[in-house]
Design a protein around this ligand. Sequence first.
Ligand code: SF4
Length: 335
Amino acid sequence: MREILRVTGLEVELGKRRGLFRHKPGVRAVDGVDLVVHEGGILGIVGESGCGKTTLARTVLGLQCESEGRIEFSGHVVSGVPARQARRMRRAIQYVHQDPGAALDPWWRLGASLAEGLAIHGVTDRAEQKARIAEIMQAVGLDMAMTERYPHELSGGQQRRMGLARILLLRPKIVILDEPTAGLDLSVQASVLRLLYDLRDRFGLTYIFISHDLSVVRRVCDRIAVMYLGKVVEEGNASDIFAAPRHPYTRALIAAAPHLDGVQEGPMLRGDPPSLRNVPSGCRFHPRCPIAQPRCTSEEPSFDSISENQRVACHYWQEGISEKQKPEGQAHATL
Ligand code: SF4
């Protein structure tokens, strides 16, 4: 598959302020991330809240400035170019909010909101607007009569479909889906996932799928990147990672996920991740890692390829977790 998006050495610092009298240091929400997304693929980005998934997505969208690194879309560098030029190139990358209803004006009928989105992007001819809206409503499985309704009149599943309709009108190439099935019951989840596949095939889309629900990620994604405190700690083919996760954090996430059979031998995650203001030295996962060794507290692991399709950042990725796992009570002192 052709490469469509490449992120290299991306760093994003949030909350930094420089003033004449006051200097406030920022936190590095994304720290040296390298990723490649292939056309037509579905890349899942997983991790606990605050791990940097959404900041990474916002930076790719151009809503957040990177401090370091480079973003290339279809072979063109979109970071560090004038804002107007970057915006034009990035129009092909769209975002579906996890609460798509919030992106719609509650006082406007849905048809008016859709037409407004087109007008903002230069499609002002009423007949063309109507034709494009009709095509997209049909594609997402909503009746055209629904354009006369208001956002609060939609069910959760209909809101997800309308969120997709809104961005598909702009003919994107990449769609970033933020927790697209959160809060939906299982049957509605299944119909939304089926729709995502249909739309990908019909419109030639590529998805970046942000989720903390590994059972959904496993069903949907062909590649995954696992993030912890701003860094990608494991990345590769979803089937390889679910069959044999190498990073202790990935193992723990999979073990903690409901509805997943198979790799369940790892421990559940203990404690919460530390604040980005207090990133631990060495391997940042060491205070929670069940197989941490003294070396882990001072030496940061590099992100190495362990096969053609899998990379991991752990000094001891070869160690079976059950061989090295310390007994309860002998876990690392900061646990
Ligand atoms: Fe655990 Fe050490 Fe690997 Fe970090 S480097 S994940 S602390 S074993």
